[in-house]
Design a protein around this ligand. Sequence first.
Ligand code: PLP
Length: 407
Amino acid sequence: MILAPSTTDLFALGAERLLDLATDHAGPFFAYDLGVARERFARLRAALPERVRLAYAVKSNPGLPLLETFSAAGAWFDCASAGEVSAVLAAGGTGRRMVFAGPAKSERDLQAALFAGARVQVDGIEDVARLHTLNTGDEPLEVSVRVNPASGVSEVAAIIGGGGPSAFGVDEEEVAEFVAAARAYDRVRITGLQVFAASNELDAGRLLANHRTALRIGRELAGVLGHGLDLIDLGGGLGVRYAADEPSLDVRALGAGLGRVLTENPWFEGELLLEPGRWLSAPTGVYCARVVRTKVSRGQRFVMLEGGINHLLRPLLTGQSFPTVALRPGVGMLGDGGPADRTGASLVPTTLAGPLCTSLDRVGSGDLPEDLRPGDVVVFGQAGAYAVTQAMSHFLSHPEPEQVWVG
Ligand SMILES: Cc1ncc(COP(=O)(O)O)c(C=O)c1O
């Protein structure tokens, strides 16, 4: 699908700026607009009730300028490795505004989280036992328990889980047994909950249904524990559109709904936490790669780019393409039919392939201008999340893409 960069929630930066950057960069590159990051954070923060903390999920993009931008805006951070904890501390974040999650935390991870003072989310009794040993402080360590709900919404169940068997958390039906076992470890105290079973969800109502489930599980957990909870972490999963015909997630409806969820649960006097990654970072970035050659093979048109799944793996993992436009140096945007279109070339179904010696190297498909030629630049939008760090960067020893931060 061809979309104009004026569709700003799909493409950061404009055609002219990107062509200037392409002139300066010999190879494929990511370009990020920090102004978009500031605007996204402020918009979501303004939509949420005061009692909802907003954490940025570092895994979606751990770029230092992005972390610094969110830290300066007052974000909490959701980390899942010792490396992410270090990155957040380097960016000015603090352990007091950090949660730490992961289904298989290493000793190094737990020590990094404890050293920083982050709120750890335990995924099972083993985490409790290890934290009991590692906690050398005077007070019990306050932790949250991740619970795997009996049902959830998930566009990509294989990535996040949500209902059914899961590597994450304690199964909802085993919570009472878990709490009983955890009582043996008096240097750890369970005071919070995390429930997260959504991915790239565009419907605020479906997210809120999950959040109501989290509060119900929280009430039951508090009953089993015999005391209240100070934090209920609702996870991320706020979706972005990858195609122009998809709706945008209504974050004001989400915020208003969370206000109602709090009102409906007067037993809960703590704070809620949302930890979106994609919604905050995807629209900040684009990935740009030049066309190397084109061909038609048995009726199918291929455009081969200088970057492939060594830089962008998500389309192969999820079957969902990033939105794309094509630019030509010295000309501008090609073939979108809109005001920026300089050629009016018609669009033809195209498979975008990379330079790697495997037929797995596909980075998308869609309708692209029929006259696309070597040197033209294909721009992938929404590439600020789950792009550079979710790729097979070492495969075939091509250089890593440069990352350019603007604003
Ligand atoms: C624990 C946790 N929190 C937050 C996120 C962020 O999810 P999203 O980027 O879909 O908002 C993830 C994603 O895997 C996660 O595992």
